[in-house]
Design a protein around this ligand. Structure first.
Ligand code: ISL
Ligand code: CA
Length: 536
């Protein structure tokens, strides 16, 4: 079994993790200083959100030099030191790979936009007249370029022009860049919006739609498999590395076209369970119901196994905090640990996002100015005419990506121990009570629970590769499943609500080996979770 299936990944958002020089921005030396913490949690792989040269329109998802480190984060020397120390500790390092688009300040784009005759012009996607496509941050996906009197495509901000993957020279440049990082020793890539690379030739008009007009021409496009197979054949196959592709609007059947027997990517991130509290798009919230979360997770378990391998996640840098979203502040510890157990013990590679292991929550910011995220501001301006300021702030306070991006809460000192300068994004005021140091000493410690789960998973094949069987699927309050392998079985049962609920009859009960409550009754307490183990 490959290492990337056995290990748990920890995602770092470098800007918000640990500042080492007081400029209010997290950096590589900051990460180095926290490696022992990560090691002690029991994770095996670290994924860094982008640290490359960038004008930071989208916090580094707009890259202007793929082979340079942004000075905010340090230097290539710092990076080499980080990679060396990560490896010395027996950990792996995975980079973010953003190759659907670059920054509009990338030298390729600067050349491309200067003249139609520039050899780089064809690295991007142009049209004399825009079509009706819209992008992920709301509004038209085309921007006028006066120098060539054309429009360029940008599925994200207008500072993120889409690359033209039809161009073979561009593809060679990307492969060269991948080899640069792999030769340095990085262990893989999280591939940003990878299912958007291929667009329908001719860029035809899209079907009318209130959101993402034209998506049928840029999601899972006609040549996507060809491109990914080429990358795998020419680059990834030559290294002991792994790829996880972020794929927007993907169902399990489509997922298998990428990951069946790891033919193109080793695994994908999908979003269906992230719609447990919204209607398809996060800006259209509906009431969260646990059954929606359960259903989506089980669907992926049932339909992707056994020929594909899942990713398991509840949070990342684009999503609100899971305790705020699917849990409860009243039952902070119980809900954080119940959610952790539910997702971590499914079949797949678990991904933990920084701060999730101490139950960090959404930020209570009521002013638009306290949010920095480009998407948040773009969506606000797009829709404020329809929903009004109050209506928009309500949405933002629930769903802004900045909820995940507030500085990591290390201790109860100033700025939560993140920086001794002015943090680039405000610290969540609850850092006095929710922080790593405090949580460590709490009798009810969320990080200790995470450690226990990770250790259990590491030590039991059944939890890694075991078959998944869900019970009581229709129960709206309780999740309940088993994982079994060669006669060993784990039974996981938990209450996903803040009321006591009747405990279902659990098959194969033997030793109760893990729980987040002390006394076990006939009913399951709010967010109570139990894990039973039957040995071979
Ligand atoms: O955040 C989202 C929903 O509001 C998604 O639509 C998100 O934009 C999408 O999942 C793509 O995300 C990735 O690519 C973006 C970048 O802004 C995100 O941070 C990144 O995870 C463009 O590079
Ligand atoms: Ca810094």
């Amino acid at each position: 079994m490959k290492w990337y299936k056995k290990e748990t990944v920890y995602q770092i958002y470098p800007r918000s993790f640990q500042d080492s020089n007081g400029d209010g921005i997290g950096d590589l030396q900051g990460i180095i200083s926290r490696l022992d913490y990560l090691k002690s949690l029991g994770v095996g792989i670290i994924w860094l959100s982008p640290i490359y040269q960038s004008p930071m329109d989208d916090n580094g998802y707009d890259i202007s030099d793929y082979q340079k480190i942004h000075p905010d984060y340090g230097t290539m020397k710092d990076f080499n030191e980080l990679l060396k120390k990560v490896h010395e500790k027996g950990l792996k390092l995975v980079m973010d790979l953003v190759i659907n688009h670059t920054s509009d300040e990338h030298p390729w784009f600067l050349e491309a936009k200067a003249s139609k005759k520039s050899p780089k012009h064809d690295y991007y996607i142009w049209k004399d007249q825009p079509n009706n496509w819209t992008g992920f941050f709301g509004g038209k996906a085309w921007e006028y370029n006066p120098e060539t009197k054309e429009y360029y495509l940008h599925l994200f901000s207008k500072k993120q022009p889409d690359l033209n993957w039809e161009n073979p020279t561009l593809r060679e440049e990307i492969k060269k860049m991948l080899r640069f990082w792999l030769d340095k020793g990085v262990d893989g890539f999280r591939c940003d919006v990878i299912n958007l690379l291929s667009k329908t030739p001719g860029l035809p008009k899209g079907k009318p739609s209130i959101a993402l007009c034209g998506h049928e021409h840029y999601i899972n496009g006609p040549r996507i498999h060809e491109y990914l197979q080429e990358l795998k054949r020419d680059v990834f196959n030559h290294y002991d590395c792994f790829t996880v592709g972020e794929c927007v609007f993907l169902n399990p059947k489509q997922a298998l076209t990428y990951i069946e027997n790891e033919k193109e990517l080793n695994m994908v991130f999908q979003f269906q369970h992230m719609a447990a509290d919204n209607f398809f798009i996060k800006w259209f919230p509906i009431k969260y119901r646990p059954i929606r979360l359960k259903k989506a997770l089980s669907r992926w378990q049932n339909e992707v196994n056994p020929t594909g391998w899942n990713t398991l996640y509840l949070e990342n840098h684009d999503q609100p905090r899971s305790v705020s979203r699917f849990g409860s502040m009243k039952y902070h510890y119980e809900s954080a640990t119940a959610l952790a157990t539910l997702f971590l013990f499914q079949r797949g590679t678990p991904f933990i996002y920084e701060g999730q292991e101490i139950g960090m929550t959404n930020a209570p910011f009521t002013n638009l100015e306290d949010y920095q995220d480009v998407e948040t501001h773009s969506i606000y301006h797009q829709f404020v005419k329809i929903f009004g300021h109050k209506g928009m702030m309500k949405k933002i306070m629930k769903m802004s990506r900045d909820h995940a991006r507030t500085p990591m809460q290390w201790n109860s000192e100033e700025n939560a121990g993140f920086t001794n300068g002015k943090p680039w994004l405000k610290v969540n005021p609850n850092y006095q009570t929710i922080n790593v140091k405090q949580d460590e000493t709490n009798e009810k410690s969320i990080q200790s629970f995470y450690k226990a789960i990770l250790l259990l998973r590491k030590n039991h094949k059944a939890l890694i590769m075991g078959d998944y069987q869900e019970y009581d699927e229709k129960n709206p309050h309780i999740f309940f499943y088993t994982r079994s392998h060669e006669g060993e079985t784990f039974t996981i049962v938990g209450n996903l609500t803040s009321k006591p609920r009747k405990c279902p009859k659990v098959p194969l009960i033997e030793n109760l080996i893990l729980s987040n409550v002390k006394e076990h009754k006939q009913v399951l307490d709010p967010y109570e979770i139990r894990v039973y183990h039957k040995e071979k």
